[in-house]
Design a protein around this ligand. Structure first.
Ligand SMILES: Cc1cc2nc3c(=O)[nH]c(=O)nc-3n(C[C@H](O)[C@H](O)[C@H](O)COP(=O)(O)OP(=O)(O)OC[C@H]3O[C@@H](n4cnc5c(N)ncnc54)[C@H](O)[C@@H]3O)c2cc1C
Length: 414
């Protein structure tokens, strides 16, 4: 490595910012350029559906780094710039202003964007999506005005927006074809607990039906559902999942399947080109397969691993997937990956909103979710990563410490 080298990071979100920070911390002395399509320096997105959306914290509290950080560390932050072309044979990224950059190593952290819904009337005013801080500002202003909102989609974003809108006193209806909220991630049994939490807070949960059309003259005023209901509203928020931003990678000939395919070192199909965060579909040695994780913890930790490997190391990214969500006074953390399971074992009483749910296959724990129970992420991750055989009764028994179920108890969580 020489100080004449240029490392370019495309995507100034959390993964890109943490990678830039790590490169300097690890002693990279060359030119370091961080390119971001947004006008803002890197910020954290989780508050955008929670405390920032509700007006409880301001803009300064969501940034990843202080304003002076990038200049102090000689990181060239090019904001409001989109990378539009990639030539990996010569190591060149083209930008939307017609200029471009030669690179010696490239990291793609272009993240994800909301999936768009295609139904009649979707172009009406007052139909909102949430990904960026500006989206959150627009939505916050709507919450300030009050009234009623229909939230389309009962995934994480939809559920959190519904909770924040209720907390701000709006009338909230959630519409989703699934049988319960968060069904894809948590299954019907645990999803039903979240349905009850929202219902208890006065949200109308219209499950098992989708949107047929949005109606109104210039602005949306009604949502027509697939089962024939007509819901009056002042505005609509759509949260029907995200898709990875892979346009640049595809243009540059990187292998893409859903996200950008990377190995356990976060290297793409092209030497010297790495990807991390929401956009990366990563090979996990532990799972023996590629997985794309769309959560904060993954962006936080993949950025630094990619950075170290850009510097010639061969670190492996193999952290147990982890995410969190806050809705009303219900805080949860989820560790692991459960796509198919035999059964769910619950420790504690869900009615008290303080419990841990475990997803199991055979006698192994695939995933665990602690709700309003703190400091258990490490032992839950240990149960998963050690693949220890567990007994359902002991797992559910509040008198048996989780640490006593896992053979090793080394810290591995954030
Ligand atoms: C409202 C909201 C709430 C969330 N809450 C939680 C939560 O509670 N818990 C949790 O675990 N996760 C949460 N997440 C998910 C988490 O924020 C993401 O996993 C994380 O932001 C991913 O970071 P990233 O750096 O990979 O991508 P992003 O944050 O998407 O950043 C990518 C950046 O790259 C830029 N970009 C894209 N293409 C180009 C290009 N060609 N040229 C230049 N720049 C480009 C984009 O504009 C963007 O700024 C939430 C997400 C949202 C939107």
């Amino acid at each position: 490595m020489t100080s004449e080298q240029t490392f370019v990071i495309v995507g100034a979100g959390l993964a890109g910012a943490k990678a830039a920070e790590t490169l300097r911390a690890e002693g990279f002395a060359g030119r370091l350029v961080l390119i971001g399509a947004e006008a803002e320096r890197p910020y954290e997105r989780p508050p955008l559906s929670k405390e920032y959306l509700r007006g409880e914290v301001g803009r300064e509290q969501v940034y990843v780094h202080d304003e002076g950080f990038y200049a102090e560390h000689d990181i060239e932050l090019q904001l409001g710039r989109t990378a539009v072309s990639l030539n990996t044979s010569i190591g060149y990224v083209g930008l939307d202003d017609g200029k471009g950059l030669r690179y010696d190593r490239l990291l793609v952290t272009t993240g994800a964007e909301p999936r768009r819904l295609e139904v009649p009337g979707v172009e009406l005013d007052g139909i909102l999506y949430l990904r960026n801080v500006e989206d959150s500002d627009v939505l916050r202003e709507r919450l300030d005005r009050g009234g009623s909102v229909v939230v389309i989609g009962a995934g994480w974003i939809g559920a959190e927006v519904a909770a924040s809108a209720r907390q701000r006193g709006l009338e909230v209806t959630v519409v989703d074809p699934a049988s319960v909220p968060l069904e894809r991630a948590l299954g019907s049994e645990v999803g039903a607990i979240y349905r009850d939490i929202h219902t208890d807070h006065g949200v109308q949960m219209l499950m098992g039906t989708g949107v047929a059309a949005f109606e109104g003259t210039t602005a949306v005023g009604r949502v027509r559902t697939g089962d024939g209901r007509v819901l009056g509203c002042d505005f609509v928020v759509i949260g029907v999942g995200v898709q990875p931003r892979t346009q640049l990678a595809l243009q540059g000939g990187l292998y893409v399947d859903d996200g950008i395919l990377v190995d356990e070192h976060l290297q793409t199909s092209k030497p010297g080109v790495y990807a991390a965060g929401d956009v990366a579909t990563t090979h996990y040695p532990f799972y023996g397969q590629r997985v794309r994780v769309e959560h904060w913890y993954n962006a936080l930790h993949q950025g630094p691993v990619a950075a170290r490997n850009m510097l010639g190391r061969s670190d492996v990214y193999d952290r147990v997937p982890y995410f969190f969500s806050d809705q009303y006074d219900v805080g949860m953390e989820y560790a692991g990956l459960a796509r198919r399971w035999d059964r769910v074992v619950v420790r504690g009483d869900p009615a008290t909103r303080e419990f841990i749910a475990f997803w199991l296959a055979g006698d192994r724990v695939l995933a665990g979710m602690n709700v309003n129970v703190s400091d258990v992420t490490n032992p839950i991750q240990e149960l998963i990563s050690t693949r220890v055989a567990v007994d359902d009764r002991r797992l559910a028994d509040l008198d048996v410490r989780l640490e006593d179920l896992a053979p090793v108890a080394e810290a591995s969580a954030a």
